[in-house]
Design a protein around this ligand. Sequence first.
Ligand code: PNS
Length: 168
Amino acid sequence: MSPDGGVAVCPGSYDPVTNGHVDIIARAARVFDRVVVGVVDQPVRKSKTLFSAQERRAFLLQATQKVPNVEIDVFDTLLVDFARKHGARALVKGLRAISDFEYEFEMNQLNRKLAPDIESVYLMASPEYSFLSSSGVRELATFGADIKDLVPNGVAQALHDRLSRDSG
Ligand code: PNS
């Protein structure tokens, strides 16, 4: 697809999607004409995901159904190739704290090296989500904490079911 300045990709593992992710996606959708949420099939630097790519995609579909210019797609390629496939010229990432910066800076440099024509754009996390991460939510759920205010509808129950199944 030819590059279009109005298209952005929001990439991530989304294992699972949190309200913080949804906030970033919705804000990106107010800035760009079209936002493609890229769900990485299996992140290279992380251990095996708790949910399959199709499960993570389904949670995202449900969570973003009211945002018309958002679509969800799974990818198992380089991120910049995925962006090119969708004609995107921007990668949108959320930044929560300085601790995110080092990792994102490295990613930025690698992606820039591979594709200087694709720009990375960073949205600061909204204050109410600045502490929120998928790993934090998974940890809370492991110990039975109430996480329904932290994740979209359906995800809390799915997490609970998955973790109790895995430990059973
Ligand atoms: O939510 P995450 O785990 O921080 O997202 C990581 C993601 C999907 C952005 C990253 O793993 C990724 O870009 N994967 C695709 C492979 C790739 O392009 N790697 C080169 C950049 S280092």
